[in-house]
Design a protein around this ligand. Structure first.
Ligand code: DGP
Length: 113
């Protein structure tokens, strides 16, 4: 997608603090961290949000969930972490390229909404 911020980050056109990368997945630090550790995990392929997961692209989402525990271990999140993906206006999604927030490194609030 030409005008997608996270596509540009995935292509290296916009710099990011990478914590994991392979040919299909990128993880990088959130520019506006909401926890001591706040990482975004994205597929390099453009998918708008969780609302666009389908039979053609779900393998990438499964792969993201295989990568997340590796990132959590590398980041020392042995006491737990939270994974969130905002989809659409009610969830306040601001970047329309699917991403999974991995938050940890501290005790988090019980409430999620
Ligand atoms: P969401 O509200 O779920 O769409 O989250 C988007 C996140 O993306 C938000 O936590 C801030 C982060 N973000 C926005 N622009 C940039 C950027 O240019 N670089 C990085 N690293 N993170 C960004």
């Amino acid at each position: 997608m030409t005008d997608c911020l996270f596509c540009k980050i995935a292509e290296g056109k916009i710099p990011s603090q990478k914590v994991y990368e392979d040919d299909e997945i990128l993880a990088f630090r959130d520019i506006n961290p909401q926890a001591k550790t706040h990482i975004l995990v994205i597929p390099k392929q453009h998918i708008g949000s969780c609302a666009e997961i389908n039979e053609q692209n779900s393998r990438l989402i499964a792969k993201i969930f295989e990568v997340i525990p590796k990132i959590a271990e590398k980041e020392g999140l042995s006491n737990g972490f939270r994974v969130i993906s905002n989809a659409g206006p009610d969830a306040c999604q601001s970047v329309h390229h699917i991403h999974f927030h991995v938050l940890g490194g501290q005790q988090m609030a019980e409430k999620m909404a």
